[in-house]
Design a protein around this ligand. Structure first.
Ligand code: ATP
Ligand code: MG
Length: 293
């Protein structure tokens, strides 16, 4: 699979500064990729149908990225191929006062899908090791001294471990976690911000805070490299997908979602003898309706 080049499963560290943000040699092939994406969306639909009927595994797909990398667009165009019955999208915003009184995974528990279902996380508990670490927000939380006296490094190393264990726990309970990072260049982010400022219909997507975060663009990418390296595992891999061309990102995202669904290996439930016999009797009765008309 083409997206394998961007897969991190714990077997190698991730260094985003060495990974492409653009489509490279594929740049001129927009039409071709749009057709391939459409084919993947059809496969996704069929696989999801079987996943839902099967009801044995659940899938969590989470998206992380810097602003304007295309999280919303990816959800709309790629996950739009899924049947809304069986999928829920959750947006992880700044935690509320109540959420902050709890451990950071508390709010996640309420967003987990049932087996047979899919949950899409637009941002996720990874914010708790990203924005929280970069802005040192944990220092403002009310927590015991024994927790807050940890060095920053120790505090977040523990969180990486907790996240790995949480995802392993999900895997061992018949859920899979697929993690997608949209890797955008600083130049492309500038273009998209300008477009949001200049296009009235897109104004609402821009906030002055976005520039504050942009000022720390490289710092964020270094931290993402660290976080991806520390939390990528075989069963809960990360994909750091180039995000400068939306059509290319969408194709790669459709590939990794199809693969994740295939790994769930859904199959339609097989009927037992008794139910099959009942179905046959129902069939005979339905056919008899025509004859008695
Ligand atoms: P867009 O990319 O289109 O701007 P968005 O995902 O940034 O969309 P916003 O409503 O602009 O959506 O931002 C949500 C904000 O909530 C982000 O800045 C994110 O960092 C922040 N956030 C999410 N989880 C946490 C957390 N646990 N602690 C602190 N901030 C968080
Ligand atoms: Mg934002």
């Amino acid at each position: 699979m083409q997206a394998d080049a961007y897969r991190f499963d714990g077997s190698r560290p991730c260094d985003l500064s060495r990974l492409p943000t653009d489509a490279g040699s594929e740049k001129g092939k927009k039409e071709e990729y749009a057709a391939k994406t459409a084919a993947n969306l059809r496969r996704m639909e069929a696989l999801q149908d079987a996943l839902y009927a099967d009801g044995r595994e659940g899938l969590i797909i989470l998206l992380q990225a810097l602003d304007a990398a295309g999280k919303d667009g990816t959800i709309k165009h790629v996950m739009g191929g899924l049947n809304p019955q069986g999928v829920t999208v959750y947006n992880f915003k700044q935690p509320t006062k109540t959420e902050l009184q709890h451990d950071y995974l508390w709010r996640v528990g309420q967003c987990l899908p049932p087996r047979g279902g899919i949950a899409i996380f637009n941002r996720s508990y990874y914010e708790d090791v990203l924005v929280v670490q970069l802005h040192q927000l944990h220092k403002t939380y009310r927590m015991a001294d024994r927790v807050l006296t940890d060095s920053d490094e120790a505090f977040f190393e523990k969180r990486y471990r907790q996240i790995r264990h949480f995802e392993e726990y999900l895997y061992e309970n018949s859920f899979r976690v697929l993690k997608i990072f949209l890797h955008l260049s600083k130049e492309e982010q500038k273009k998209r911000f300008l477009d949001r400022i200049d296009t009235p219909e897109k104004n609402w997507k821009f906030t002055p805070d976005d520039l504050r975060e942009r000022a720390r663009f490289d710092e964020y990418n270094r931290l993402y490299s660290r976080v991806i390296s520390a939390t990528a595992t075989e069963h809960a891999p990360w994909f750091a997908l180039p995000a400068d061309q939306k059509w290319y990102t969408r194709y790669l995202a459709s590939e990794v979602v199809v693969e994740a669904l295939q790994k769930c290996a859904p199959s339609y439930p097989a009927l037992d003898e008794k139910t099959r016999a009942e179905m046959q009797r129902a069939r005979i009765r339905l056919m008899a309706e025509d004859e008695s008309r």
